[in-house]
Design a protein. Sequence first.
Length: 167
Amino acid sequence: MNLKAQLEQAMRLSSLMQAVGFAVWQLQELETTAVTFAVIRLRATPGMGEDAGRALLEKGERRTLGNVIQELRARGLVSGDVNDDLRDVLNQRNWLVHRARRETRGVLADRARLTDLLTKLEMLSGRAVALQKVLAGEVEAYVVSTGVAQQTVEREAEALAKQWGLL
């Protein structure tokens, strides 16, 4: 393989790995958001304190996304459409983590297949972000409905964004 071909292959691999990494990152964020939603709606109690709340979140984060989605559905905490989207994203996540490499062998040598795969990964990332926003909005609405001031929610969200380097 000549240098030009090697560089092209390296660029394709780099694009693919970036897309895979970004999709996995967004799926992890969705898992965290879903667990937070479940903990706040099902396990947290008013006045329980930060330490107890953090312990509940840590315990919740040891559960699989599938278990969390199943519980949210069983308890009627997500609408049918959101539940369907969560289940579909979960299936795609499982494909990505467990089967994608095996099922896409040779994709780097086939531009059309690579483009299709990159598009699929981009769509998965986008769906994960959209579901994060839906669940985060539900958490916010619920917390405000329990008496937490909207300003407090916004202040905490800004502090987290700064902590994560987003602001």
